[in-house]
Write a protein that binds this ligand. Sequence first.
Ligand code: 15L
Length: 262
Amino acid sequence: MRVLVTGAAGSMGRVVTVGLVDLGHDVVGLDLVPAPEGTTFTWHEADCADADAVAAVFAEERLDAVVHLAGVPEEVSLPDELTSHVVTTAALLDAMVAHDVPRLVYASSNHAVGRTPRADGELTEHVPPRPDTYYGVAKVAAEALMRLFAERHGIDAVACRIGSFLEEPTSTRALSTWLSHGDGVRMVEAALTAPAPGYAVLHGISANTRAWWDLEPGRRLGYEPQDDAEDHADRVEPGPDDEAEAEFVGGPFATAQFHRPA
Ligand code: 15L
């Protein structure tokens, strides 16, 4: 498949692009910054919030799918969150419709449902939107756009509600929410190749012993995680906020330190 990866120079993009090339895909990178040294695939330096710039990339490349990883990975202002996650997703979806690109895999986030209490039991993909921050609000809106384009235009659109994408788990919470680098690539590959998923949601975590987010939605799409944060548990120190962070899906983002006016 010829796959456009946005945010290709980001922490996830750097891992996923290499993984997809290793799996035999023809990768086209897109980022605000130039290609990292040693990049062997096609690269576009562009802002995917700029619809004209996105349209120009699609006009030049013949794409089969888009993996949208670009976006600020943390809490900033509401307008910046909306630009970073919603405006970019809309620009990509419009270009996909215009150029008959049938599939979008999106790095959504657990923070779209981050205010879901742990006390509610296992987290399913059917919980209502419960963002914990403006970052989460923007992820909810981006998922809504994906659903709109799936239902209106028949685009296959997989929203991966990612946990903590890290080389190794670094906190008690991450022992539940970790997504290893290898599983991150496996997750994207499954979301790219699952037959006719329509609009679908999966939980982007590894097969963690302490996981409490349902892995079945991913398994139905062919995502079989191989790693377990428990293998690293002896290197994780308990933290002062562990108890507060365990209360909601979104961990620290769901605590009072993230409250602020819009
Ligand atoms: C995310 O979606 C964020 O991008 C990242 O910064 C972490 O907060 C991660 O979720 C997480 O929940 O650990």
